[in-house]
Design a protein around this ligand. Structure first.
Ligand SMILES: Cc1cc2nc3c(=O)[nH]c(=O)nc-3n(C[C@H](O)[C@H](O)[C@H](O)COP(=O)(O)OP(=O)(O)OC[C@H]3O[C@@H](n4cnc5c(N)ncnc54)[C@H](O)[C@@H]3O)c2cc1C
Length: 398
């Protein structure tokens, strides 16, 4: 068993690390370059995206023929981790959610015409996208079978009515992937539709205020009151909505894990520097046993997170859905991010609670990790089902 990265992937990882260090961290450190929602402002973002493109570090996740760099998931695991050493990193490389998962899905299942119309502009960085699935009560949340947004056939088109919320990026997205019910069949009742921001028949009801810093375009509540979609903009076949969701969400969850591991490492980097320099009771904080236990535990949890993420990435590279591997990584990484940022704030004392570092930004951001793309409890339900079905084979090597 060899955990070494192949030289080509190691080269990408190293170049991304250098880019984050020299290009992105200075922007992050300058609050005048942030927008009103505590994200990187459009101007500096456009400049960094242009530089990342010129450096050949753009859209690593797609094949070269689709305008990407063709990295396997195992390579992405190493690179995305480096990107999110900065809170602003992934979006500079076209690797932020939800564009990341949307591009992958469109590339995998879209027709040639759909790729030209809906995918290419995202790959080129000209538009942003959103994925609209979650609904308020009594619609679908953790349980997609409860979905109530409905698409009905009228005069040869699909007419959509319904209600979605927490749709990341909807405030700026031009291209949308929308899940709606087309029948009451329990397995084939949902369909994925593509629509453009400029189409009539839908509106943003509000940008939902949240506790953390916001993605570009925020998290929005959407009302559909007669959006019309032509057959050519049905993604996959009618009734394949659940399948499209599964194809998108497995890898999308894992790329969250890759990025969040980078954020957790950044927290430890900040805390590590502080405890080496700061003294109490006649010695550096780092020499107190209590501090060592906190740092050691956090470092170990991060390594467990990386191994679970890499294992799931290897399964995806082999063409498997890697459902349980992704679920284990998602639960572990979300917990690790939340605990590590809390530990780092504690170790930095009052400074940790201030805005002199990005720890408080990460602390507020981290809380969503146990909810988005499936609450941790739902992933544990999936794991329990797997175990009860597979028994001892749950831990097999092959
Ligand atoms: C910041 C953010 C961004 C998001 N972005 C998007 C997006 O872009 N597109 C989109 O479609 N959605 C998005 N979501 C929604 C997200 O995917 C959902 O919040 C998530 O799937 C859970 O659904 P819910 O909120 O309806 O929780 P509910 O289904 O209402 O569940 C509430 C809680 O009940 C518990 N629970 C539920 N089922 C079980 C079970 N079987 N066993 C044990 N406990 C259970 C869990 O603790 C869960 O957190 C986003 C959410 C957030 C917070």
């Amino acid at each position: 068993m060899d955990f070494t990265l192949p030289p080509a992937l190691e080269d990408y990882r190293r170049r991304i690390r250098d880019f984050v260090e020299t290009e992105i961290l200075p922007v992050e450190a300058d609050r005048s370059q942030w927008d009103a929602h505590e994200n990187i402002a459009d101007g500096p973002l456009a400049a960094l995206r242009a530089k990342a493109k010129a450096a050949g570090l753009w859209t690593l996740q797609l094949p070269q023929e689709a305008g990407g760099q063709g990295l396997p998931f195992t390579g992405l695991a190493a690179c995305y981790e480096e990107m999110n050493r900065s809170i602003f990193g992934p979006v500079c490389f076209n690797a932020a959610a939800p564009d990341d998962g949307n591009m992958r899905l469109l590339n995998q299942v879209g027709t040639a015409a759909q790729k030209r119309r809906w995918l290419d502009p995202i790959v080129e960085g000209r538009v942003r996208s959103a994925f609209a699935m979650t609904e308020p009560h009594p619609g679908g949340g953790s349980d997609p079978s409860m979905m109530r947004t409905r698409a009905e056939r009228r005069d040869g088109r699909w007419v959509i009515h319904g209600h979605k919320w927490f749709i990341t990026g909807a405030g700026v997205a031009q291209h949308f992937i929308l899940l709606a019910r087309t029948s009451d069949d329990p397995r084939k009742g949902l369909t994925a539709f593509l629509f453009d921001r400029d189409q009539p028949g839908w509106r943003i009801e509000r940008r939902i205020p949240i506790m953390g810093p916001e993605e570009h375009g925020g998290h929005c509540e959407l009302i559909f009151d007669g959006l019309e979609v032509a057959d050519e903009n049905v993604l996959m076949n009618v009734g394949d909505g659940l399948k499209a969701t599964q194809i998108r969400l497995g890898p999308a969850r894992l790329t969250h894990c890759m990025r969040w591991t980078g954020l957790a490492k950044r927290c430890l980097e900040i805390a590590g520097a502080y405890v080496k320099e700061r003294h109490s009771f006649g010695m550096p904080l780092a020499e107190h046993e209590g501090v060592q236990w906190m740092l050691g535990e956090a470092a170990m949890q991060i390594e467990i997170s990386r191994l679970l993420t890499m294992r799931a990435a290897a399964e995806l590279d082999r063409g498997h859905f890697a459902r349980k591997e992704v679920s284990m990584a998602k639960v572990q990484v979300a917990d690790t991010l939340s605990r590590t940022v809390d530990t780092a704030i504690q170790l930095c004392g009052a400074r940790g609670y201030s805005r002199d570092t990005v720890l408080e930004w990460i602390y507020r951001y981290a809380r969503q990790s146990r909810l988005v793309d499936g609450a941790s409890e739902v992933h544990k339900m999936v794991l329990s089902r797997s175990y009860l079905t597979e028994g001892d084979a749950f831990w097999g090597w092959s």
